[in-house]
Structures are given as C-alpha cells and as structure tokens.
Design a protein around this ligand. Structure first.
Ligand code: CMC
Length: 431
C-alpha cells in the first residue's frame, strides 16, 4: 500500500483496490474514486455530498472547523477591511488583485456594460405584477442568452470574458428593474458616473419626479455585503451552475439555473426567512418558545440564519457584519426591535446545549437581512441582492470549469430502490 493511497476492500468479494490520495494547498486529502466502478463495479453513496469534492478549484478555500474563508488565498477579513467589491470581482475572475491600470480598465468595462437591451425591458411586462423578484431574475437572466449571441461561444476565452462582464454589470440593473416593476414605478437607467453599489441604490430608489441623494454609508454597507457573498466554493447554487454548464449550456443559462438554486430558504433565501422569522417572534419574551420549537424533532421549524453545512464554528462572514449591523442601525432608525430580538436570540442560542452540541452558529444571513432592512431594501429583494453579489463567483467557477482540460459532463449515478424488473400488464388485467 502506497503512502499516498487509500485501499478499498470489498468484503463481499475480497477484491482490493488502491486509490490515489490527492492533496491540495489547504484542506483534507481527497481520495480519487474515479476508477472505483470500472475496477470494482461499485458506486459510492454520499447523501448531500458531505464527503465529496466535486472538482478541483483554485478560487476559494473554506475551513469550516476554524472559520476560515480565503478568496484566491486572501483572508476575507482583510478583503472586507481593505478592498472593495469591484477589486474583489477582478481578484476572483482573473486570479490576482488588479494594478491601478487594470482596476480602472475593469471598472470602466463593467460600468459600460450596465445597460440592458431595450427589448429585454419588455419581458418584465409579461410577469404578474406581484411576482416574486427572484422569479423575474430566473427568467430575465436566462433570457440574456437570446440577446447576446456574440458571447455564446463557450470555449472562446474572449466570449467567456464578455459574458462575465455583462453578467456582473447587468445584474444590478436587472435586479432593480424587477423591484421597480413590482411597485409600478418606471425602471431607472444606470448612471456611468456612479460606483457599482451607488448605481444599484439609485436604480432601486430614485424616481424621475425628484432628486435622489445616495447615502454613502448605505453604499459602503452594500459593498461590504457583496464582498462577503461573492464566492463560497462548491455550494448548492455554484454546483448547479457548474453542472448546468458542464453540458455545454451557455453561461447565461447556467447562471439562471444557479439563481433558481439560490432561491431556497436553506441557501440564499435564508436572509429573507430570517426577517420573516424575527417578525413572527415579535417580542423578546417569545424567544424561548421558538428555541424550544427549533429543538423539537417533531416540529419542522428551524432557527433561520443558524447552522451551516461547512462552518462548524462561527461563520467568519457573520462575525464581520455583526458590527456593521450595529453601526448602520445607529445611523438609521435607531433601535430596531428586530435587531434586539436578533441579538437576544443569538445570545440565548449560543448558550443553549442543543446549539452547542450541534455546532449551530449564526451564519452570514442572520445579519445580512437586518442590514438590508435598515437601508430600506424590501424583504423580498434580499435574495436578489445575494444574486447580484454571487454572480462573480458563479461566472468565475463556470470559467474555471470550462478551462479544465479534463472537463466532462457532470452525471452522478444512483442507488436504485424502485420496483424490480417486471412485465407490462394490459389495462383490462390490472386490479
Ligand atoms: N435550527 C435548528 N436545528 C438545526 C438547524 C437550525 N437552523 N440547522 C441544523 N439543525 C440541526 C438539524 O436538525 C440536525 O439535527 P440532528 O442531527 O439532531 O437530526 C443537525 O442540526 C444537522 O443539521 P442538517 O440539516 O443535517 O445539516 P446540514 O448541513 O444538512 O444543513 C443548513 C445546513 C444550513 C441547511 C441548516 O443548518 C439550516 O437549515 N439552517 C437554517 C437555514 C439557513 O440559515 N441557511 C443559510 C445558510 S448560510 C447562507 C448560504 O451559504 O446560502
């Protein structure tokens, strides 16, 4: 048995197979089981992919036990403190922090791609007026492939890059338009003089009838949240983008599939679910009742914003924005009762034996919703904001997969548990 191998023994047949053990820069060693089926005729079963690395990637690293998150090797704490979202987009997509010249060129490029085709705006009118903005996002982003035929050659690096620029640039415009449509206000065009986050705020909140003053604190808070949400290795939506893209689907279609996956409350929809939960709790005195419900196995209620598949200690992103939530609330409505409930909930849950034993800590979405609410973002737009931020992660991961020399279509197998082979019975003989 080699040192860098793992031996699998099929006790039923006595067959043995030595499998290579791969090591990365950081993180656990990984067994390459690619030959298991062809050599031993068996599959592996890993419900929810708890022990499965689906790809090799050089973009983002997470150590869930230690609460570490790195983008291209840089700790999230340093990027949150010193960088900005545009710079982080460059870092993720191109692999390096930009020089001054690269930064200006990249920002210019993103700014210049922020308008959407006028015909695309007509799509919105086909949606029911009270459609959830995430449903509009899935449709409109998928529809981009009908407009940008000059960026659909999926193996052409230049096409990949233009598609990436377009997705990053147009996502805030598409998102703000989905909100404007839902409240019956005119869609607002982007302004090239504004930064990425300022632009999003003016497209969300300005109206043609009056001046709109952008609050720089709000723009800064958004920028921070976008940095924290930019990428998170092989989560459900990113894996969806990779799987859809592995079939050769174009990047707009693949990202649209990712938006659908993000929408669920166990993933990006949690930020919306947290606020709805805090509103339901309504008063600090009701917290023990909800904690008890979260612990009751016969009750489907979970504390939204708590727990994470990978982080088994404090989510480093939550640690960063916890303070921002306080700062922003001081400058806005003062004491939001929801924040008080959130703080108390966190305090009680962190001391509770069940949450300690299950390693359930607040995640990024426990606080992001509170910040969004404080800056006036409507609750049904929270997951849409996550979509804007995660677009850079999705498109970077898609590009990495497309450039992989060993790229193959993603095609998992299964353990079949249905009916055994049987013969067709004509309808008149069925009982
Ligand atoms: N409240 C109460 N119990 C929980 C919670 C929670 N929020 N999360 C997990 N548990 C319990 C669960 O019942 C199970 O208990 P037991 O082992 O006794 O049966 C144990 O903890 C493990 O849970 P799991 O569902 O097997 O763990 P998972 O890794 O499959 O799920 C999760 C991770 C994030 C889906 C889950 O913790 C959850 O549903 N949290 C609430 C939703 C949420 O905040 N999601 C946002 C994730 S962060 C943003 C993002 O990356 O998208």
């Amino acid at each position: 048995m080699g040192k860098n191998t793992v031996t699998i023994v099929n006790n039923a047949t006595g067959q043995e197979l030595e499998l290579p053990l791969m090591t990365g820069t950081h993180g656990p060693a990984t067994v390459d089981i690619g030959s298991l089926y062809s050599k031993l005729g068996i599959f592996t079963y890993d419900n929810g992919f708890k022990s499965t690395a689906s790809c090799q990637s050089s973009i983002t690293f997470i150590d869930g036990e230690e609460g570490i998150l790195l983008y291209r090797g840089y700790p999230i704490e340093q990027l949150a403190e010193k960088s900005n979202f545009m710079e982080v987009c460059h870092l993720l997509y191109y692999g390096e922090l930009p020089t001054k010249e690269q930064y200006s060129k990249f920002s210019w490029m993103i700014t210049r791609h922020s308008m959407i085709n006028e015909s695309l705006r007509d799509f919105y009118h086909g949606f029911w007026h009270n459609a959830h903005p995430m449903s509009i996002m899935v449709g409109v982003v998928g529809a981009l492939s009908a407009f940008y035929h000059d960026s659909l050659e999926i193996d052409n690096p230049r096409h990949q890059e233009i598609a990436a620029h377009r997705l990053i640039a147009k996502m805030p415009t598409i998102a703000a338009a989905s909100y404007k449509y839902s409240i019956g206000q005119p869609m607002v065009y982007p302004q090239n003089r504004l930064s990425y986050c300022e632009n999003f705020l003016q497209m969300m909140f300005s109206v043609p009838a009056s001046e709109y003053e952008i609050n720089p604190l709000h723009a800064k808070a958004l920028d921070l949240l976008f940095i924290l949400h930019a990428d998170h290795e092989q989560n459900a939506s990113t894996s969806t983008v990779r799987l859809a893209g592995s079939s050769g689907a174009n990047p707009f279609a693949a990202v649209s599939a990712g938006i659908g996956a993000l929408w669920g409350p166990a993933h990006g929809g949690a930020n919306e679910a947290v606020i709805r939960m805090l509103e339901e709790i309504r008063d600090v005195s009701a917290i023990p009742k909800y904690i008890a419900r979260a612990k009751d196995k016969n009750d489907s209620f979970r504390l939204m914003g708590f727990g994470h598949r990978v982080y088994k200690s404090y989510d480093p992103r939550a640690r960063i924005i916890r303070n921002t939530a306080h700062d922003i609330l001081k400058t806005t409505s003062g004491n939001d009762p929801l924040l008080e409930i959130a703080m108390r909930l966190e305090e009680i849950a962190l001391k509770d034996e069940y949450f300690i034993q299950h390693k359930l800590y607040p995640n990024v979405d426990f606080y992001s919703g509170i910040i969004y609410k404080a800056i006036g973002i409507p609750v049904n737009m929270f997951t849409v904001l996550f979509t804007i931020a995660r677009t850079i992660g999705w498109i970077t991961q898609w590009k990495e997969m497309m450039s992989d020399k060993e790229r193959v279509i993603g095609r998992p197998r299964q353990l079949y548990t249905g009916a055994a082979r049987r013969d067709y019975v004509p309808i008149e003989r069925r009982s």
